[in-house]
Design a binder for this molecule. Structure first.
Ligand code: ZN
Length: 501
């Protein structure tokens, strides 16, 4: 690295430390902070956000950035150093376009709105939450206006999570996907096999659920020396360095799969973060390529691995050991079916693989409409319920299992939802590529040998960190751009057999 780039890196790592400290406060806010701490925590996060924003957008940072650009201009643009400087430029431009006051408003509002959301959701009280939601969209619109866009404000927000993605392309992707999903769901609901996918009856004591899910994610390759598992109302993964990446999960005494699949999902995210190269830690390269790439990892471990027939065989003895009386007579086939129950339902995070993307489509359309001014926040609950009926044939009886179920809008993550579907599609595309080079994959999963799979992901995705833009990463790993065909084929193959369609 040239001296100019070293100096830029040093400056950015100082800013990174402030952002990581803020991330730890957010992790605490969602795990251990007593409810009374909400207002002060919002101020702490706003202050840290202001400090890091001012440092990033400062004359000093831009001076170092320009020096580094100067010295990198003679380098191969695909070299590590040139890419680091390119990523720093993108981050700087984003930061500098957002006024400090807006940035700290967002940090403060997001903390307060999450607190209100949590209580309003529990009380099924949309009117109390509505002004906060209004403000979330208002702030998002201001962000989009400051970042700039050519077609619609949604593009500016989406680009923060998925570089170069466009709302119009996402809409086309969903238009291709939707008829397959609707048709498959309809066929499954009518299948005579439908009655055999019920959950395994509990109860499952929480302590034992916690212990067994930790054991299982550790066996996949999640490193607890550099991680931990705690509880949160809306499970998430948060990293403060590649050597401290924490997951959260949630428990239901009567439904083991809630915790199991939340843990698998979050461990998928966490293994990506733990697999980022040490030398990129706390630099502009030391991140995932995009949120879609991130979701591809969580969904791959949760679904392609965790909901496979092979995994059912592998994991059942471990579950029987933890819950001998509840699981004693359960067969792998029964467990496999219970983990893949396709059923139009209200809650996205608990949705099966077939209906899941319809939940995302609904959110994408609604937030796009609110942002463009075609839908008022006050009318969101009604619009939500109408789309649920149209896409899934069900209408939530309460807002808590409808428009208020997700934390994202309260947390300011508007434009984020499509990355879940991008991740789903990519997970199946990656799986297809892995199988080509590792024909023994199924047998390995049955035996609980996850190292070859993790090794492939480490090489193709994790170690590539943020060197490439999302599309280039996908092409490098799979030989082509994102292609929905693999996901559709995967679903049709799996569920045709499972439900004897
Ligand atoms: Zn996720």
């Amino acid at each position: 690295m040239t001296q100019a780039t070293e100096q830029l890196k040093k400056r950015l790592s100082t800013i990174g430390n402030i952002q990581r400290a803020a991330a730890l406060l957010e992790w605490d806010m969602q795990t251990y902070m007593p409810q009374g701490g909400a207002a002060a925590r919002a101020e702490q996060l706003a202050t840290l956000s202001e400090i890091s924003h001012d440092m990033f957008a400062s004359q000093e940072t831009v001076r170092l950035l320009e020096q580094a650009e100067q010295s990198a201009s003679s380098l191969d643009p695909s070299s590590e150093e040139a890419r680091l400087v390119q990523r720093a430029r993108r981050d700087y431009d984003h930061t500098a376009r957002i006024p400090t006051e807006l940035q700290s408003d967002i940090a403060r509002h997001s903390a307060l709105a999450q607190d209100v959301w949590q209580r309003a959701r529990a009380a099924n009280d949309f009117p109390t939450f509505a002004p906060y939601l209004e403000k979330s969209f208002d702030l998002a619109r201001q962000v989009a206006d400051n970042l700039g866009y050519t077609t619609e404000p949604y593009d500016a927000l989406l680009d923060m999570f998925e570089e170069d993605a466009k709302a119009a392309e996402i809409a086309i992707m969903f238009a291709d996907l939707k008829p397959h999903l609707v048709e498959l769901t309809k066929a499954i609901v009518k299948s005579p096999r439908k009655g055999q996918d019920a959950p395994i009856p509990g109860p499952f004591p929480i302590e034992a659920q916690n212990a067994v899910t930790k054991k299982i994610v550790a066996s996949l390759g999640y490193d607890f020396n550099r991680g931990s598992q705690d509880q949160a109302p809306h499970p998430f993964c948060s990293g403060f360095s590649r050597n401290d990446v924490r997951i959260t999960t949630r428990f239901n005494r009567d439904y083991l799969n809630m915790a199991l699949y939340a843990s698998l999902h979050e461990a998928g995210h966490a293994m990506y973060e733990q697999g980022l190269p040490e030398e990129y830690d706390n630099t502009p390269l030391g991140h995932a390529a995009s949120m879609g790439a991130h979701e591809s990892q969580s969904r791959l471990w949760e679904n392609l691995v965790g909901r496979s027939r092979q995994f059912a065989e592998y994991v059942l003895p471990t579950l029987k050991e933890a819950f001998p009386s509840q699981m004693g007579n359960v067969t792998p086939d029964q467990f496999y079916r219970s983990a893949n129950c396709v059923q139009p339902s209200f809650i996205r995070v608990e949705a099966d693989e077939v209906t899941y993307n319809l939940h995302v489509l609904l959110r994408f359309e609604l937030e796009r409409d609110v942002l463009s001014g075609n839908l008022k926040v006050a009318d969101l609950p009604e619009a939500w319920n109408a789309k649920m009926q149209e896409y899934l044939g069900v209408t939530p009886a309460a807002h808590s299992e409808g428009v208020m179920q997700d934390v994202h809008w309260a947390a300011g993550l508007i434009g984020y939802f499509p990355t879940y579907s991008l991740g789903n599609l990519l997970s199946a595309q990656l799986w297809n590529s892995i199988r080509k080079v590792n024909p023994d994959l199924d047998e390995q999963l049955r035996r609980g040998e996850f190292a070859p799979l993790l090794g492939w992901l480490r090489e193709k995705i994790h170690s590539r960190a943020r060197l490439l833009k999302p599309d280039a990463l996908i092409r490098e790993a799979t030989g082509e751009s994102l292609n929905a065909k693999y996901y559709v084929d995967y679903l049709k193959f799996k569920y045709t057999a499972l439900y004897e369609l």
